[in-house]
Ligand binder design. Structure first.
Ligand SMILES: Cc1cc2nc3c(=O)[nH]c(=O)nc-3n(C[C@H](O)[C@H](O)[C@H](O)COP(=O)(O)OP(=O)(O)OC[C@H]3O[C@@H](n4cnc5c(N)ncnc54)[C@H](O)[C@@H]3O)c2cc1C
Length: 251
């Protein structure tokens, strides 16, 4: 297409697998824990199974792929449960924020459930994919349209990659139908460009938000850790802000 494509690699891989939970539960919550090497996430499939996305450094990902399945499960449960030293300054600030939120009647985020433990992985379901960011400056050219990861790639930390692609297809099919019903060629530039600007207006801010989150969570400077911990508590407590983020992620 001769268009510019902005991209970089995160120097990380996403290790994926289908996991069987230790106990059958009402498995409706997606869990994500940020470790020093990157986030590990369990996304519910049904009451017994979840889908694992474990972002980590290349060497660690390769080691995880080579481990026998039972040792892989032990490492995963460690990653989900292991306690890391916490800064007392941050712990004091978040506990102060919790009591302040409680005093004004807002959710304090303290009442948390525990993540599930993993018993097995589905045999041969392990794989690893390189993680990167990418964005094409143009989504259309005469007779060509980019959708999904061909147009934009994001870090899986927000579980948004597929949603962005589904959104592209929804808008594209609507605009192509409008183009045909209005008596234009299906590839008429007016409709193609409408697709491009509608999607870029949605995709670029979402990509930036994910990028900011990624950067916030790869730094362990105390002021940044403090800001993100308090920011997360506030975002959870302020319903209008939380709803705005959910709407952006689901449209
Ligand atoms: C580790 C990881 C975890 C993820 N987790 C999530 C998540 O939890 N939630 C979420 O929403 N998204 C997630 N994503 C992102 C999601 O997987 C992608 O956004 C989505 O798969 C993109 O779909 P796509 O059809 O655009 O591209 P792809 O899924 O990449 O499909 C493109 C297809 O084209 C084929 N292909 C490429 N070149 C050619 C060619 N020249 N000829 C023929 N075929 C070709 C490829 O083999 C591939 O099958 C994750 C991604 C990774 C890497």
């Amino acid at each position: 297409m001769g268009v510019q494509y902005l991209s970089w690699s995160y120097d990380q891989m996403g290790v994926v697998a289908t996991v069987l939970l230790a106990e059958e539960t009402n498995n409706t919550t997606a869990w994500q824990r940020w470790l020093p090497s990157g986030p590990v996430a369990l996304l519910p499939l049904d009451n017994k199974r979840s889908s694992l996305v474990w972002s980590t450094w290349h060497d660690h990902a390769k080691q995880l792929l080579k481990l026998p399945e039972d040792q892989f499960v032990d490492s995963l449960n460690d990653a989900l449960w292991n306690q890391y030293p916490r800064s007392t300054g941050v712990a004091t600030a978040t506990s102060w924020m919790s009591s302040a939120l409680r005093r004004v009647g807002l959710p304090d985020g303290v009442d948390r459930q525990l993540p599930p433990s993993v018993r097995h992985i589905v045999p041969k379901s392990r794989a690893a994919f390189p993680l990167g960011f990418g964005h094409s400056t143009r989504y259309v050219a005469p007779g060509v349209v980019l959708v999904g990861d061909a147009a934009h790639r994001v870090h899986p930390l927000a579980g948004q990659g597929v949603n962005l692609g589904f959104g592209d297809l929804k808008d594209l099919t609507e605009l192509l139908a409008e183009s045909v019903y209005s008596g234009f060629e299906i590839t008429h530039p007016t409709w193609m460009e409408k697709y491009e600007s509608a999607r870029q207006r949605h995709n670029v801010p979402t990509q930036l938000m994910i990028e900011v989150l990624h950067r916030l969570y790869t730094v362990d400077l105390l002021p940044v850790v403090l800001a993100r911990s308090l920011g997360l508590q506030l975002t959870n407590a302020l319903q209008p802000l939380k709803k705005l983020i959910i709407t952006q992620a689901t449209t």
